[in-house]
Design a protein around this ligand. Structure first.
Ligand SMILES: NC(=O)c1ccc[n+]([C@@H]2O[C@H](COP(=O)([O-])OP(=O)(O)OC[C@H]3O[C@@H](n4cnc5c(N)ncnc54)[C@H](OP(=O)(O)O)[C@@H]3O)[C@@H](O)[C@H]2O)c1
Length: 335
């Protein structure tokens, strides 16, 4: 990754593609820092997690999934507070974990209520794995589905970042877990975590297997699969089942589904973190405050991750597109 210096700057470098659609065109570009307002903090970014949304943005597909055209990369990171607005609960020098669109940069100015202290004993790379994956899993399984002890949850693509966070959340709720993943290596990994009979996410055959295991289906599904696999998952819900949709593909494609499974008093919810940051930030800050003590006491541990220096950003982004990685991919800064 080269640096592009645009004249007079104050040291902020931002990772962006020079050509959308070409992951090998990711470059560090000089940019200006932004002084924090009263309700903001400026953070020196030391580790940034990659989310699937970053790949879509770099490929120039952000608009197709409801994001801004040319949306800045990065959504969650860890680092050190440099400047803090008067209303911020953290101070310069504090190590923090942050939810901040556009944080794939050496500095980010973030909303102070989307910043929590870095949990003691975690590295910045470990801490950067926490916010997006756990907020998505927590909002879906706890807030929306109200997952209870003894219920069964089906977690699709469970070896990814959100999937592994969801396993930890489901265990904290004392729920039983069924899970799918796309490769034998990922299913073996899930088996080592104690998941019984991990199933394939590459066909709808999991539905029959899940029925064989449970007898009558599941209480909650956390879904990012599309098409037939989505419909088979919906049809797998027991009476009062809850379906949590985190994939955006079928939503933006306007896919039609049969309402027949709804005869069982089931409900369906959708999640879009990017929209929540824009329209419902207090919901996210409330959940981050709820999660912070669970991160601190290890109830919700950091996710396994592959860490790359930002200079290897293209390789890191490409690894997300292969469907082979387990857990999170993290970029470390500064260069
Ligand atoms: N709505 C939201 O606010 C929100 C927030 C976070 C994540 N998500 C969504 O949740 C899913 C998981 O996100 P994540 O951050 O955990 O991502 P991740 O760690 O990269 O995991 C993504 C998983 O999705 C599966 N997958 C399906 N199609 C894929 C493709 N074309 N390229 C790469 N992987 C593909 C793969 O699992 P298998 O091959 O094992 O099935 C992969 O392990 C994604 O669909 C993401 O868009 C949504």
């Amino acid at each position: 990754v080269e640096r592009i210096t645009a004249g007079d700057t104050d040291g902020r470098l931002v990772l962006k593609p020079t050509q959308y659609g070409d992951l090998s065109s990711l470059r560090l570009e000089s940019c200006h820092r932004q002084a924090p307002r009263d309700d903001e903090v400026e953070v020196r970014v030391e580790a940034v997690s990659l989310n699937f949304r970053d790949v879509l943005c770099a490929l120039g597909m952000s608009e197709a999934f409801g994001d801004e055209p040319g949306a800045a990369l990065g959504l969650d990171c860890a680092g050190t507070v440099i400047r803090a607005g008067a209303a911020a609960a953290v101070s310069p020098g504090d190590p923090v974990v942050v939810l901040a669109p556009g944080c794939l940069a050496t500095y980010v100015t973030a909303a102070a209520d989307l910043v929590i202290p870095l949990p003691a004993g975690l590295s910045v790379a470990q801490a950067a794995t926490l916010p997006v994956a756990y907020l998505t899993a927590w909002y879906g399984l706890v807030r929306l589905a109200g997952l209870r002890a003894g219920e069964t949850v089906l977690i699709h693509s469970a070896a990814g970042g959100v999937g592994l966070a969801a396993i930890n959340v489901a265990r904290a709720r004392q729920a039983s877990i069924l899970a799918t993943a796309g490769t034998g290596a990922k299913r073996e990994y899930l088996g080592r975590l104690g998941i019984v009979n991990p199933m394939s996410s590459r066909s709808a055959a999991f539905a029959e297997q899940a029925r064989e295991i449970t007898g009558d289906g599941v209480d909650v599904v956390l879904n990012s699969l599309t098409g037939q696999a989505l419909e088979a998952s919906l049809d797998l819900l027991r009476f009062h089942g809850r379906f949590i949709e985190i994939g955006k593909r079928d939503i933006y494609a306007g896919t039609r589904i049969s309402l027949h499974p709804f005869r069982r008093n089931i409900s369906m919810h959708s999640i879009d973190l990017i929209q929540l940051i824009k329209v419902s930030k207090s919901l996210l800050s409330g959940m981050l405050a709820e999660l912070a003590p669970l991160f601190a006491d290890g109830t919700l541990p950091p996710l396994p991750s592959a860490t790359y220096p930002v200079t290897a950003a293209a390789t890191a982004f490409q690894s997300l597109t292969t469907r082979r990685h387990i857990g999170k991919v993290v970029l470390t800064l500064p260069v």
